[in-house]
Write a protein that binds this ligand. Structure first.
Ligand code: ATP
Ligand code: ATP
Ligand code: MG
Ligand code: MG
Lengths: 269, 269
């Protein structure tokens, strides 16, 4: 069955949707069969990104790789148990539909602790956690001493991942591979960047995640959202009035390097 | 009673907590009595920021202005109605405790559509909505045509604000003042920045919000989270190993300019 990649982080705006879309398109361009699932049923960033892509492909006549996609719409019930059962059913039926016809399923999750979010973490093979180069973002993983960088206490998102991992191991002895990637990084090194780096390294041993090279802050990762294009696509276009740039090539390399770091079951180096 | 400022945006990571903390400290330093409320009961970014500030004040012996603060802890009930009643009670009792002894109440909200979030929008006098310089963030306000920038459709967060505004007007004839401020802006103007600016201006007329000058991406807005210090504070410190910088002064000016733009009931220019 498909290898499941979840983009997860309870911290809002860490780059989950951006990373999920770029990973999915990168894997498609490598020739794999990719499906995507949007569990942020209210915000639907990934869903809209792909809808924009579909619409642009039709409007421009360009052939664009598009993953098979579904989202789980928000469910409102008076009983929490009822809402969760309904969401569970929607997710499982959606997955059953795609898991044998694709190599990868990339799942985008919301920036909040929801039932679907916890469920996604229990079914993933690879968990990709982007986070801003910030101790505010870091705080959902762990609290650190302001001066020594020592880990004082594990925070709620790290505990969530630990719970999900344990349940998965007990269920089918599979090991969740957790990769943390810093996102929206400035080009200039700063005292803050050095501190976040040090704290992440200390924490990676304790929590059992690997650290990928960071992804830079690049307008190209978001500028083409309205037409559903990504850094992996050809962006030179008369309609859009765009030309190739070095930043574009660098952005593409950063996503490819992330794919490599994930050590996915692919026939590649 | 106190003038209520809510930092709201369903989009995660738009800068609500950062803006809320900086606004609260700025108002305190201007001599006003300020209380703060954290409605992101799971993530608690504002609460931790202020706890760190309290701890640093004690450890360093520095006098630091600290707002009276409370948060509403997450409530889990089997019945949604029960959970909401409990949250309503916690918020109203907390507010009753502070609303007559303070000039301003600054409320931080989560990056997701929760009952407490909708409630906060119904009681605010001033709504501050930060957003990243990005059409992905813009998407929770409205969908625009990729080429013409025309507004195709209003999105979920804008609808939420419209509902809250209407309810407030019907309740006590008060008008919610909505100010949108772009956050984490790059210093270099880009085609993307021009586009977001154009889209925001079109939308501001339609949705009835004012646009404040943007706040720049500055490490100083997040670097001192572990010691609870903000751009409004003196940051030169032997322990922290920091010296004054131009960015610090510029950051302070950006927050003060936002305060001015909010046209709060203050005896100031
Ligand atoms: N590497 C990057 N370079 C430039 N902009 C980026 C980058 N990564 C993300 N962004 C922008 O940062 C903002 C947050 O990113 P994104 O929406 O992907 O995060 P998220 O974790 O999915 O947020 P949420 O919690 O709301 O789901 C968006 O405006 C996005 O366009
Ligand atoms: N102007 C700024 N300059 C530099 N970093 C910033 C700025 N504003 C916010 N940040 C950083 O961006 C990230 C998101 O900001 P913040 O947590 O305040 O957003 P939020 O809207 O409260 O997020 P959430 O939806 O998770 O509650 C944090 O890492 C924060 O430190
Ligand atoms: Mg997202
Ligand atoms: Mg916040």
């Amino acid at each position: 069955t498909a290898h499941v990649i979840v983009c997860g982080n309870e911290k809002g705006g860490s780059g989950k949707s951006t990373t999920a879309v770029h990973l999915a398109i990168a894997l498609l361009k490598m020739g794999h069969r990719v499906a995507t699932v949007d569990l942020d049923g209210r915000q639907l960033s990934m869903t809209r990104y792909l809808e924009n892509r579909r619409r642009w492909a039709a409007a421009s006549g360009n052939q664009l790789e598009i993953p098979q996609h579904f989202h789980v719409p928000p469910v409102r019930r008076n009983s929490v148990g009822e809402a969760e059962r309904s969401e569970f059913k929607a997710l499982m039926e959606g997955l059953a539909e795609i898991e044998y016809r694709h190599d990868f399923i990339v799942i985008d999750t919301p920036g909040s602790d929801t039932y679907l979010n916890r469920l996604a973490h229990r079914i993933c093979d690879t968990l990709v956690t982007p986070l801003n180069d910030s101790l505010v973002d870091f705080d959902v993983l762990a609290r650190v001493d302001a001066v020594s960088n020592e880990v004082i206490e594990i925070s709620q998102y790290a505990e969530s991942v630990r719970d999900a991992r344990r349940e998965r191991r007990n269920a089918d002895n599979a090991m969740l591979d957790w990769v943390v990637v810093r996102n929206r990084m400035a080009f200039i090194n700063s005292r803050n960047e050095t501190k976040v780096d040090a704290c992440l390294r200390k924490l990676s041993a304790q929590l059992g995640f690997r650290i990928s090279d960071g992804i830079s802050e690049r307008v190209i990762f978001r500028e083409f959202f309205p037409v559903g294009l990504t850094a992996l696509d050809e962006l030179e276009d008369r309609v859009l009035g765009t030309r190739p740039t070095l930043s574009h090539l660098a952005a593409r390399q950063e996503i490819r390097r992330l794919v490599q770091t994930l050590r996915l079951p692919i026939g590649e180096d």
